[in-house]
Design a protein. Structure first.
Length: 134
């Protein structure tokens, strides 16, 4: 199981506050056209690998952006708070990946006027840094 799959499982199954809001609407890269709101989108934005003097340390430090989308600003903020409660400082085994820690490193509020998706939406993009064994 990849870390991507672990994130989806966490947000749709383990984190009941998130799944109560979005159900299974957690998507990679973009919300599919015509999908219901609210929804969560994840994407890997960096993938650093750690090394020691002896070579690869078998540790990765990827950064993911998790964006909470909703039809209102308050809805996006509420969903982002649930995502943050589930992910910030999280650790453990996510599928086959041992996540040593996951930290929230930044947050940005967004607005999409709906030009490409036929309706406006509000978002909160959160950047998470992971440290996990490979």
């Amino acid at each position: 199981m990849s870390l991507d799959t672990g994130i989806v499982t966490l947000l749709t199954s383990t984190a009941t506050a998130v799944s109560a809001i979005v159900g299974s609407r957690v998507h990679g890269m973009a919300v599919p056209r015509g999908s219901a709101m609210p929804a969560v989108v994840y994407q890997r934005v960096a993938a650093d690998r750690l090394r020691s003097h002896d070579g690869p340390a078998n540790l990765a430090r990827p950064r993911y952006q998790i964006t909470s989308w909703a039809e209102t600003h308050d809805g996006a903020v509420t969903l982002a708070a649930a995502v943050r409660a589930a992910m910030d400082c999280a650790s453990g085994t996510w599928g086959s990946d041992v996540v040593q820690v996951c930290f929230l490193e930044g947050e940005t509020h967004l607005y999409d006027d709906g030009t490409e998706i036929d309706r406006p939406r509000y978002g909160v993009a959160q950047d998470y840094a992971f440290l996990h064994n490979e």
